[in-house]
Write a protein that binds this ligand. Structure first.
Ligand code: URA
Length: 246
């Protein structure tokens, strides 16, 4: 599809339309080797080579960012009870169309995915796709085999029937890992509360095929092409990933 130069470059996060107009006037933008000074110039970004100041810019329809959320930050921008996670997004990844995929409580740490693809976000959070979320938790009381059985059977929480969940207990039985396949409000904390226990510390360590790896607390990184592909495949969507990133 043919689109205006300024719209395409703004979508890629290369600056405001004003800034892009300035770059164009300065002769710094080339499309398929031709300097373009007119920002209303229309072209097909997915079939063209875009260069800014001689540097090749890869065109992407959607963007995905992995965040290792620290405690104290709120996922929703409407919640004013803490700093919003958007404050953690490095300047080079700044966009105004990031959507968080699901939520983590203010005191929960760990893997939070942000995307600009609404369909991907919808499927990843829809119970139908049963995307596995793995949490590490520290508990007030030791966990037991009965907890494993209760979670595996699919608990009932205030009339909500939960999907079976897998609980693994560490040598120190107050430390556990739990895999759930839906994302209800305060789900992990409520599951342990229903067992007469309490979560003291919670961190999401895996989301579908995505892992935090070496990403430090408070850090963010764009998904690799392989990670994005795995994510789209997980929920039965065809990934729109530029050849250059594969
Ligand atoms: N379950 C919770 O209780 N809190 C979270 O932040 C995520 C899952």
């Amino acid at each position: 599809m043919r689109e205006r130069l300024d719209k395409v470059l703004a979508h890629l996060g290369l600056g405001s339309r004003k800034e892009i107009a300035r770059l164009a006037r300065a002769g710094m933008i080339a499309i398929d080797g031709q300097i373009i000074r007119d920002v209303s110039h229309k072209f097909d970004p997915s079939a063209s080579r875009i260069e800014i100041d001689g540097e090749h810019v890869i065109y992407q329809t959607y963007f995905h960012l992995l965040l290792n959320k620290p405690a104290g930050y709120v996922t929703s921008t409407k919640d004013h009870d803490g700093a919003p996670i958007t404050e953690l997004i490095p300047e080079e990844h700044y966009r105004d169309d990031w959507m968080p995929v699901g939520r983590l409580d203010k005191d929960t740490e760990g893997l939070l995915l942000l995307t600009t693809d609404g369909m991907l976000a919808h499927r990843l959070t829809h119970p139908r796709w049963k995307v596995a979320k793995r949490y590490y938790a520290e508990l007030e009381e030791p966990a037991s085999q009965e907890d494993i059985n209760a979670f595996a059977a699919g608990m009932e929480l205030q009339d909500e029937k939960l999907q079976p969940a897998e609980l693994e207990i560490c040598q120190d039985q107050r430390k556990v890992e739990l895999v759930i396949r839906e994302g209800r409000y305060h789900q992990v904390k409520r599951m342990f509360e229903a067992r007469g226990n309490r979560v003291l510390y919670l961190k999401r360590v895996k989301f579908g095929p995505l892992e935090l790896g070496s990403l430090g607390t408070g850090e963010a990184k764009e998904l690799s092409a392989a990670e994005a592909l795995a994510l789209y495949t997980e929920v039965g969507l065809k990934a729109d990933i530029p050849d250059e990133l594969n």
